[in-house]
Design a protein around this ligand. Structure first.
Ligand code: CAA
Length: 260
């Protein structure tokens, strides 16, 4: 499918998906959100894709929801816009079975930080900037930030970022547990591709079960989460990838997983 606001390249099992509105710092208007939704649905179905890398064209990852589009929204429309963001960033990105790596190449602000947080993990360039500056616009985060950030870094740290609207650098974001790894700008995409290639060599079926067990259990108590884990662990043994993985170990060779 052709997109107006996204660039998509697929090679060696890895989809490189770029938000492509550099003239507006890749701000998320309704069109971008709808295209992201369609792209994730397309990539979920595409058997050639094992892993997705999400990044931004130009000097921003995504500088937030589109302020020009939001400025005169009536309350009911704003609520719908927030729900659309949740459909993309909470329901869809959390439920597709393929890992999504955020390669944050610059500003990840507001809805852009929420988009990065919706990925499975974040790699960032040294000059990336993170923040939830919505408070400066007289609003609060609307694409999952109040909920996700508090769960990820703790209530007090999330409140400080959201109440002050301050930007933080990649290193500080790493110390807070938002970012997994930081790279010189020129190395970011290579590093993300390398991680994606490692992940793409694993069984797609097993990755899907690992992601869904983590996602489904995250907001539950440990006992309920382990119930999901046990069921998923059992399911692994109904698939040829388990036989292949264990047989390959015992035969001292590399496994060749076949699941799509
Ligand atoms: N929405 C719409 N347009 C945006 C935008 C946004 N979020 N961010 C940047 N742009 C536009 C600018 O208006 C400008 O357009 P023009 O050339 O037509 O004036 C263009 O992108 C370039 O931006 P700047 O000239 O501002 O570039 P800069 O390098 O001086 O600053 C920046 C970069 C720090 C990212 C700055 O653009 C900025 O602060 N952007 C807004 C960040 C923000 O407040 N994000 C939160 C949005 S609200 C939200 O996201 C709600 C939610 O959770 C759902």
């Amino acid at each position: 499918m052709a997109y107006k606001t996204l660039l998509l390249e697929i090679a060696n099992g890895v989809a490189l998906l770029k938000v492509n509105r550099p003239q507006a710092m890749n701000a998320l208007n309704q069109e971008v959100l709808l295209e992201l939704l369609a792209a994730f649905q397309e990539l979920e179905k595409d058997e050639n894709v094992r892993v997705i890398i999400l990044t931004g064209e130009g000097k921003a990852f995504v500088a937030g929801a589109d302020i020009k589009e939001m400025v005169s929204l009536p309350a009911q429309e704003a609520r719908r816009f927030s729900k659309l963001g949740h459909t993309v960033m909470v329901e869809t990105m959390g439920s597709i079975g393929k890992p999504i790596i955020a390669a944050v190449n610059g500003f990840a602000l507001g809805g852009g930080m929420e988009l990065a947080l919706a990925c499975d993990f974040i790699y960032a360039s040294e000059d990336a900037k993170f923040g939830q500056p919505e408070i400066n616009l007289g609003i609060i985060p609307g694409f999952g930030g109040t909920q996700r950030l508090a769960r990820l870094i703790g209530k007090a740290q999330a409140k400080e970022l959201i109440y002050t609207g301050q930007m933080i650098g990649a290193q500080e974001a790493k110390e807070l547990g938002i970012v997994n790894k930081v790279f010189p700008a020129g190395d970011l995409l290579d590093a993300a591709q390398k991680a994606a290639a490692t992940i793409a060599s694993k069984g797609a079926w097993t990755l899907r079960l690992a992601k869904s067990a983590i996602e489904a259990g995250y907001d539950l108590d440990i006992k309920s989460g382990c119930q999901i884990e046990g069921d998923s662990f059992g399911l692994c043994f109904s698939h040829p990838d388990q036989k292949e993985g264990m047989t390959a170990f015992l035969e001292k060779r590399k496994p060749a997983f076949t699941s799509k």
